[in-house]
Design a protein around this ligand. Structure first.
Ligand SMILES: O=P(O)(O)OC[C@H]1O[C@](O)(COP(=O)(O)O)[C@@H](O)[C@@H]1O
Ligand SMILES: [Mg+2]
Ligand SMILES: [Mg+2]
Length: 340
């Protein structure tokens, strides 16, 4: 193994993390290994998507009112199956199901709550643009025979781990258990995720802005002032370049590596969704956790994302995340403290 530790398998990396934490039982390692297995299977479908009947829509709509893609459904079913197989899950929740998902009959259950977005970036699937899977892991808090909503509606700082899989030019799994962020690349020749990005640290400041500018007319003036400031040519800062893939996993992955700022702010586009589009429990909390673990910030415009007290399983929040100095600057504009 070379000195940087790259090349270590994700299973061994997880084990080493667990050895370091007192009272580890192996349950967590087992659980994460099932997510790794699900990622490999989803990857094998995405890489041959155009050749098998996995592109296009199921014709159904999910609780978000969005069309469910065949790959959404496939990834959802697979995550549910693999996670409950671990025997360490108390209960699950997914973007694709209105309610928490009961364990199959006669399943050994455990202490972990897992919430996930089985397939992120669904609008990009059929165009072969990078997509992902996002997961958030918490410990159960209820003590009775059945799980309660309190187990799911925990603030993001209570997460014991979070991560995502990026199905892109290469397939990567990036996760954190609270000791920094590590990235693994799937080596298809050996079918193993190997450490390729140890200790990911987001640059203090970047020069990339990522937001769907198509919604400009639905944004408030403070936000527009900030975006005008970023694109203005001045002697004191670079002109920010625009990058927006439209898959949160891919946009956040780039932000973690290159720095800069990703914004999905609140807007007036849809009165039913005044808080933007991204979901708190299985998109913003896990991504906010990773960004913070990498030294960046994740804010709603009114405070730290990870301190939001959840009230609903599929609630949405504005999401502003990335390099520390960029997010601090954005918040100064968005809150009206600065206008130029
Ligand atoms: O098309 P828009 O409004 O910019 O939304 C793009 C956002 O929606 C999402 O696709 C929502 O996630 P899902 O694909 O999991 O529903 C994010 O990945 C992405 O950041
Ligand atoms: Mg998503
Ligand atoms: Mg999704």
């Amino acid at each position: 193994m070379n000195p940087s530790g790259t090349g270590i398998t994700i299973t061994n990396h997880i084990l080493e993390q667990q050895y370091a934490s007192a009272g580890a039982t192996g349950a967590f390692t087992h659980l994460l290994n099932e997510i790794v297995m699900a990622a490999k299977i989803i990857n094998s479908e995405t890489t041959k998507a155009g050749l098998v009947d996995i592109l296009g829509s199921t014709g159904r709509r999910n609780v978000q009112g969005e069309t469910v893609k065949k790959l959404d459904e496939f990834a959802h079913g697979l995550m549910v199956d693999r996670l409950y197989r671990s025997g360490h899950v108390a209960m699950l929740a997914s973007e694709e199901d209105a309610d928490p998902i009961d364990p199959p009959r006669d399943t050994k259950v455990g202490e972990y709550i897992v919430m996930f977005d089985p397939l992120d970036g669904s609008s990009n699937i059929d165009a072969n643009v990078s997509i992902g899977t996002i997961f958030s892991i918490l410990k159960r808090v209820s003590t009775g025979p059945e799980c309660t909503m309190a187990d799911f509606l925990q603030p993001g700082f209570k997460q014991v781990a979070a991560g995502y899989v990026l199905y892109g030019s290469s397939t990567m799994l990036v996760y954190s258990t609270g000791n920094g962020v590590s990235g693994f690349t799937l080596d298809p020749s050996v079918g193993e995720f190997l450490l390729s990005h140890p200790n990911i640290t987001v640059p203090q400041r970047g020069k990339i802005v990522s937001a769907n500018m198509g919604y400009w007319d639905y944004w408030d003036d403070n936000l527009k002032n900030y975006l005008r400031y970023l694109r203005a040519k001045t002697d004191t800062k670079p002109v920010y370049s625009l990058r927006y893939i439209g898959s949160m996993v891919a946009d956040i992955h780039r932000t973690l590596l290159y720095g800069g700022i990703f914004l999905y702010p609140n807007d007036t586009k849809d009165p039913k969704k005044p808080w933007g589009k991204l979901r708190l429990l299985y998109e913003c909390n896990p991504m906010g956790y990773l960004i913070e673990q990498a030294g960046g910030l994740a804010d709603t415009g009114k405070g730290r994302v990870l301190e939001v007290e959840p009230t609903e399983l599929h609630q949405r929040v504005p999401f502003i995340a990335g390099s520390r100095e960029d997010v601090e600057e954005a918040i100064a504009f968005i809150s009206g403290q600065r206008c130029e």
